[in-house]
Every structure is written in structure tokens, then in C-alpha cells.
Write a protein that binds this ligand. Structure first.
Ligand SMILES: Cc1ncc(COP(=O)(O)O)c(C=O)c1O
Length: 206
């Protein structure tokens, strides 16, 4: 016998998914409109502007992807890496390893810079990897490692990448809206996040 799903109210205390804000739950009960409706286009424009504010960027390619954070991750990697490219990937927890998987699936080579779980990415090790790999195209790191709560210094890492003529791919799934993140001021290149952590929105959007 199938019955209607009635979840019990729980307080989510992990690093995400977080409790969804009541304003968002209320909005989910509103009517649906078509994707070509002028009101939909207006809403999309507004969402892009608000996302630019959240990410502190003026980049016009600031957009929601209707799929989870992993799709935002994949979008960044497949658009920046080609077979034969080299990427430096910082690993200090679960999601750095996920980045390596994306690099290899693009047919590129991952040079890994490893730090202990629970520790931030060490800029000195990153600089050594950049010096040793002048052909690296992208430096990839997780701003806040969800698996341990360690926050890395995104500004320092981005400035090292710039010094060595490297682009950056930055995972801000757990940091956006929770800690300082200044995409333009810090010069981050490709940045993705998710809705289900510090934004207190539903899961499923990147
Ligand atoms: C740092 C980080 N990156 C990527 C992801 C993947 O996001 P999603 O589960 O929405 O696909 C997560 C999810 O917890 C995450 O914490």
C-alpha cells in the first residue's frame, strides 16, 4: 500500500543538507509556470543577479544548474580541461579526490598535492607543485572541505595560481554563504557551489 510521504521534522546538524528555510518551503508550494513565460525569464535574470551578489562577482556567466553540486563540479572540469591537459589538484579530504576523478575522466593528468585530512591546503606545497609543473593549466581546490570542516586560504591559493599563469577551479559547495568568498577580488576563475548547505535551500541545484 503506497501512502503519501510525510517526513517528520528533524533538525539537521551536519554540514549539509541543512534545514530548509521556511520561506523556501513556502515558495515550493506555489504554482508552476512554463519556462518560456516572461515572468520566468524575469525571475531567471533576478536569480543571476542575486547569485552574482552571493559569489561577489560581476561575471555574466553566473547561473544556476538544475542538478546537484556534482554537476556544477563536472561543468567546470569539462569546460576547462581537454585530453592531454595537466591539472594540479589539492587533496585534503573526500572532495579533492572527487576532483581528481573529474580530471582523469576528462582525459587530463592530475598532479596531486596532498595534506592531512583536517588540515587546510598548504600554499607552500602548492607553489612547489606549480614550479615543478609549469605546463599545468588549472589549479583545483576545495575552499571548505565538508568531510572535516577545514577551510583553505582561497585568496592565497588563487594568487599563487595567477603568479604561475594557471586558472583555478574552486569548490565552494560548503563555503558559499557561510564564510567570506570574494570571487572577483580574489581572482577565482571557475567556481561552483550547491544550494543545500549554507544557503539553506533544497538540495538538487548547483
Ligand atoms: C565540498 C563538496 N563538493 C561537492 C559536493 C557534491 O555536491 P552534491 O552532493 O550536491 O552533488 C559536496 C556535497 O556534499 C561537497 O560537500
Amino acid at each position: 500500500m503506497i501512502s503519501s510521504f510525510k517526513p517528520v521534522a528533524r533538525t539537521l546538524m551536519g554540514p549539509g543538507p541543512s534545514d530548509v528555510n521556511p520561506r523556501i518551503l513556502e515558495a515550493l508550494g506555489r504554482t508552476t509556470i512554463g519556462h518560456l513565460d516572461p515572468q520566468f525569464i524575469e525571475m531567471m535574470d533576478q536569480i543571476k543577479q542575486l547569485l552574482q551578489y552571493a559569489f561577489q562577482t560581476k561575471n555574466e556567466l553566473t547561473l544556476p544548474v538544475s542538478a546537484p553540486g556534482s554537476a556544477g563540479m563536472e561543468a567546470c572540469f569539462v569546460n576547462l580541461l581537454e585530453p592531454g591537459d595537466k591539472a594540479i589538484v589539492c587533496i585534503n579530504g573526500v572532495f579533492g579526490n572527487r576532483m581528481v576523478e573529474n580530471v582523469t575522466r576528462c582525459g587530463a593528468t592530475a598532479v596531486t598535492v596532498e595534506d592531512d585530512w583536517g588540515k587546510p591546503v598548504d600554499p607552500a606545497k602548492v607553489e612547489a607543485a606549480l614550479v615543478a609543473n609549469p605546463d599545468a593549466k588549472v589549479l583545483c581546490f576545495v575552499h571548505a572541505e565538508t568531510s572535516t570542516g577545514a577551510r583553505s586560504d582561497a585568496q592565497a591559493l588563487a594568487s599563487l595560481a595567477q603568479k604561475h599563469d594557471c586558472l583555478t577551479i574552486v569548490d565552494t559547495v560548503t563555503s558559499l554563504g557561510g564564510v567570506e568568498l570574494k570571487v572577483d577580488e580574489w581572482g577565482l576563475d571557475a567556481v561552483y557551489s550547491g544550494t543545500q548547505k549554507c544557503l539553506s535551500c533544497t538540495p538538487g541545484l548547483s
